[in-house]
Write a protein that binds this ligand. Structure first.
Ligand SMILES: *[C@@H]1O[C@H](CO)[C@@H](O)[C@H](O)[C@H]1NC(C)=O
Ligand SMILES: *[C@@H]1O[C@H](CO)[C@@H](O)[C@H](O)[C@H]1NC(C)=O
Ligand SMILES: *[C@@H]1O[C@H](CO)[C@@H](O)[C@H](O)[C@H]1NC(C)=O
Ligand SMILES: *[C@@H]1O[C@H](CO)[C@@H](O)[C@H](O)[C@H]1NC(C)=O
Ligand SMILES: *[C@@H]1O[C@H](CO)[C@@H](O)[C@H](O)[C@H]1NC(C)=O
Ligand SMILES: *[C@@H]1O[C@H](CO)[C@@H](O)[C@H](O)[C@H]1NC(C)=O
Ligand SMILES: *[C@@H]1O[C@H](CO)[C@@H](O)[C@H](O)[C@H]1NC(C)=O
Length: 533
């Protein structure tokens, strides 16, 4: 069988045409897929929980997930931006803007959607990147650091934080506790001796929060890096001005403080000690336990009854078993991508969870905005950041809420030491979104004393206020009258002396033509200040 020549030609033309159409079709389809470029600034030296070897793997796992979930709609890519010479969070803070700039200014198709999703490990980094993101209307999401500049929407119109550290929750909860129990004088003790940044940030927030309460007295003291640490000195000062001590420092220092308090009789139920813990991570925050296997265990156990602890409800959250975000997968990726052995038994999984959430929630917002407002809405960082505000997201760890400032809300609880099973049990809960507190159970305070202890003991902080002297009223008023009479007599005598002296002097000065002010006779040196000695 032979095929005529022009039939072959016609077939060829038709085939080419068909191929062309198919090509055009696929390229049109491809054009419909929205390209999304995510930049993640960080450093790869594993000195902190905010570095890429920790947060990179969960971000990558989340990226794989959203790539599958939104296939055909979005095509995501995530670029890590780092410099091997940068070895610490502080150096990164100084260089973050320079690192991001080439990515930011790279010429690209205007339709490409961009966002900055970084752990951010210092305030300085958040601050500088936020400024850049805001100038360029670029959505920025942080997963580790949360700087309170986020509350200023003029300065941070595109900033969102899914960090587990919820500044607003600490602000509200400390305020709620102090007002609920009517503690008008509190003493803040900030431990400078071994200080994760967390304590500095929380104590700063608490000072701000308490200063919004009318008639509140706040005394702030730092425990210096001296050896030995001056606990007794701090406790004596506390005793003279307050009965409620808010402690910001590592768990073992809280324990030492309480052991010293026992020796000063300051654990009798008149004094309250409140510490805080953001998540269980002994390497950084210490172990909040009376059992250290030393000679002080028994004393500490007793003293812990005077200690309360403020914690987020999910402070001991673990990674959900099964699913893509499992410990084995994270470790494997950390090793293959960063040559880093990530020991998950020692990891605060809350940070890993937050890194995953930053990517997962970003994709949800992108999809929703695309469906509701079309593709042009996706290049507007302000608009995207606005879509996080006051919203609750369904995520792989359940519902996650974002507040009116664009930061994650975390519910809090206050726990007391349960003497029967010697663990901390929550008794007061705050729903951060509504700001309402709820009593979970009756709390029995140490040594059978009534809860809550008074802000100030009946006889004042030093034990000798006027109220307490009324018992010796008659005696006191008797001697008071005597003192008064004597004072009056002395006054009359004085007036008499003065009058006679004055008259004599007046007579004398009548004969003098001038008088110098004594100030004029003093040397000019007098203005030297009486400052530091
Ligand atoms: C996604 O984009 C990359 C380039 O960034 C491209 O190589 C890849 O083929 C794209 N994937 C799809 C499914 O379009
Ligand atoms: C604050 O203190 C003053 C003076 O002691 C008192 O008159 C006032 O009622 C107090 N205000 C509040 C809100 O407690
Ligand atoms: C502590 O209180 C007990 C009894 O309440 C008393 O015997 C002891 O002297 C007190 N110690 C100090 C240091 O005040
Ligand atoms: C935290 O959780 C782990 C594992 O679930 C448990 O062994 C540990 O005792 C918990 N720690 C605290 C302080 O609750
Ligand atoms: C990976 O780390 C180990 C030590 O932790 C080192 O000996 C090895 O050279 C590293 N491998 C690469 C490819 O950098
Ligand atoms: C994208 O958003 C729309 C509207 O909210 C929703 O119906 C759809 O399920 C979302 N897509 C995915 C993959 O979740
Ligand atoms: C300890 O006991 C209290 C009640 O006395 C209980 O509410 C709490 O759940 C117990 N905690 C543990 C860890 O068993």
């Amino acid at each position: 069988m032979t095929i005529p020549g022009n039939a072959v030609l016609v077939c060829f033309i038709l085939c080419t045409y068909a191929l062309q159409i198919t090509c055009q079709e696929t390229s049109r389809l491809k054009g419909d897929i929205i390209r999304v470029e995510i930049a993640s600034v960080g450093h790869i030296y594993p000195d902190s929980l905010g570095c890429l070897p920790y947060v990179g793997p969960p971000q990558d796992i989340a990226l794989d997930m959203i790539q599958r979930k939104y296939e055909g709609v979005f095509n995501f890519s995530l670029q890590y931006i780092f410099d091997r010479r940068i070895k610490s969070c502080n150096e990164l803070g100084d260089n973050a803007v320079n690192l991001l700039a080439p990515w930011l200014f790279k010429p690209r198709n205007a339709k490409i959607v961009r966002a900055l999703i970084s752990p951010s490990c210092t305030d300085a980094e958040t601050f500088s990147l936020n400024q850049l993101a805001s100038e360029h209307n670029l959505l920025m999401i942080t997963s580790i650091n949360n700087q309170n500049v986020i509350r200023n929407k003029k300065l941070s119109p595109t900033l969102v934080s899914v960090s587990h550290y919820s500044d607003g929750a600490y602000f509200d909860f400390y305020r709620a506790i102090v007002t609920t129990y009517k503690w008008l004088s509190v003493f803040l003790l900030i431990d400078d001796s071994t200080m994760p940044q967390y304590y500095v940030i929380v104590s700063r927030t608490v000072v701000q929060s308490l200063s919004t309460i009318i008639n509140q007295t706040v005394t702030v003291r730092h425990l210096k890096r001296s050896q030995p640490i001056q606990y007794q000195e701090a406790l004596r000062e506390f005793q003279s001005v307050s009965r409620v001590l808010l402690f910001f420092g590592q768990a073992e220092h809280a324990r030492s403080l309480l052991i010293h308090a026992v020796s000063l009789n300051m654990t009798d139920g008149e004094y309250v000690y409140i510490t805080t813990e953001t998540f269980v991570y002994p390497l950084l925050f210490g172990k909040l336990d009376w059992r250290y296997g030393d000679e002080n265990d028994k004393v500490a156990r007793d003293a812990f009854e005077s200690l309360l602890v403020i914690r987020p409800v999910d402070f001991n959250e673990t990674l959900p078993p099964g699913g893509a975000m499992n410990p084995a997968e994270i470790s494997q990726r950390a090793l293959s991508n960063y040559n880093f052995s990530l020991l998950l038994t020692e990891q605060p999984s809350l940070n890993l969870i937050a890194a995953y959430l930053s990517v997962e929630m970003f994709a949800q917002v992108l999809n929703e905005s695309f469906v509701k407002y079309g593709s042009s809405s996706l290049t507007d960082g302000r608009h995207l950041a606005g879509m996080f505000i006051d919203k609750t997201f369904d995520t792989f760890v359940g519902k996650i809420a974002i507040d009116g400032f664009g930061q994650r809300t975390v519910d809090f609880m206050l726990s007391g030491f349960d003497a029967t099973n010697t663990t901390f049990t929550p008794f007061l809960f705050m729903n951060t979104k509504t700001g309402k507190t709820q009593v979970l159970k009756d709390f029995s305070w140490t040594k059978g004393k009534t809860w809550p202890p008074r802000n100030e003991p009946k006889c004042g902080f030093s034990g000798d206020s006027w109220d307490c002297r009324t018992t010796t009223n008659t005696l006191l008023s008797g001697s008071l009258t005597a003192i008064l009479i004597m004072a009056l007599l002395a006054l009359f005598a004085l007036i008499y002396c003065y009058r006679s002296h004055y008259l004599a002097e007046k007579a004398y000065f009548n004969h003098i033509l001038w008088r110098l002010d004594e100030v004029l006779l003093l040397p000019a040196q007098q203005t030297v200040s009486h400052g530091d000695t």
